[in-house]
Design a protein around this ligand. Structure first.
Ligand code: AMP
Length: 281
């Protein structure tokens, strides 16, 4: 596995690979890897000749009061995990490489970036789509892999790829969870052991919603109400949002019907966690 730090080197490698008719699978991450990230790498290794993983904590997608500075980083551990999952290249650009001067150009998917996480994190998705578009231009992948964990992000990326006719396919893979159901996340490392126990409430509330729907409940308001009640049992938990939306266009659902996305963001102490489930009714 090779570590590449410069954009020109990465572009050169991709050009040569493509010239030699090798397919490139790409897994963009912010590092501090866990099994969720590695599931994407393993799938890329299966599907493609060459797998590139990027590790870049993108300042553009963090708000001024968010955790950009404290975001967990451990390159040595990441390198060994990525290698054991089968990655061929780690692309690790510096901020200077990515944003050498003030970036006057951005890529924004409008509308659907303003709901769910977009409400409490204004500018976040503009930062995400801008950096992912740049990374796509650097790596030139045939396939790019994203996790269902960030459901809204993967919908936005798919829309960006379609709207801009980017020549690659996007694959969205299932959420990998801890044994108690908590969705794996680099941010779980922030949790104290008491908070960690409570964090499972996100998953439990989604399971409860799923059960209610399978018992015939079709009123989203009632489902959200019960989820709120469950999560509010913990003094550590502050709900940012719980929403039930159309899984394709993120529009609010008045009735549970078709493919619905139940998505939530909850602060456990100061740690903001997200989770979701897609249900087909
Ligand atoms: P991040 O490093 O958090 O930006 O995540 C990089 C990629 O890994 C994104 O496509 C995420 O959706 C995906 N990912 C993060 N956590 C999980 C998980 N628990 N299961 C599956 N994919 C995940």
């Amino acid at each position: 596995m090779k570590l590449i730090k410069s954009i020109t080197s990465m572009q050169k490698i991709s050009r040569i690979l493509r010239k030699n008719r090798k397919t490139i699978g790409f897994v963009p991450t912010m590092g501090y890897l866990h099994e969720g990230h590695l599931s994407l790498v393993k799938r890329a290794v299966r599907d493609c000749d060459i797998t590139v993983m990027s590790i870049y904590v993108n300042p553009l997608q963090f708000g001024p009061s968010e955790d950009f500075k404290s975001y967990p980083r451990d390159l040595k551990r990441d390198m060994s995990l990525a290698k054991s999952a089968g990655a061929d290249y780690i692309f690790l650009p510096s901020n200077k490489q990515m944003y050498p001067s003030q970036c006057l150009t951005s890529v924004e998917v409008t509308g659907i970036s303003r709901v769910l996480c977009g409400v409490s994190r204004p500018g976040h998705f503009k930062g995400v789509t801008t950096v992912v578009a740049k990374l796509f231009n650097v790596v030139s992948p045939d396939m790019a892999y994203f996790g269902q964990k960030d459901a809204q992000q993967s919908i936005l990326i798919q829309k960006m790829v379609k709207d801009l006719n980017l020549p690659l396919k996007v694959k969205v893979l299932p959420i990998i969870r801890e044994s108690d159901g908590l969705a794996m996340s680099s941010r779980n490392a922030y949790l104290t052991s008491a908070q960690r126990k409570v964090a499972v409430l996100l998953y439990k509330s989604l399971q409860q919603a799923k059960a209610q729907i399978s018992q015939g409940e079709r009123n989203p308001r009632k489902i959200v109400q019960r989820m709120k009640r469950l999560i509010s049992e913990s003094k550590f938990a502050t709900i940012d949002y719980i929403n039930i939306v159309d899984a394709d266009d993120l529009s609010e659902k008045k009735k549970i019907k078709g493919r619905v996305l139940i998505a939530l963001a909850v602060f456990i102490g100061k740690v903001r966690l997200i989770d979701n489930v897609i249900i087909r009714v």
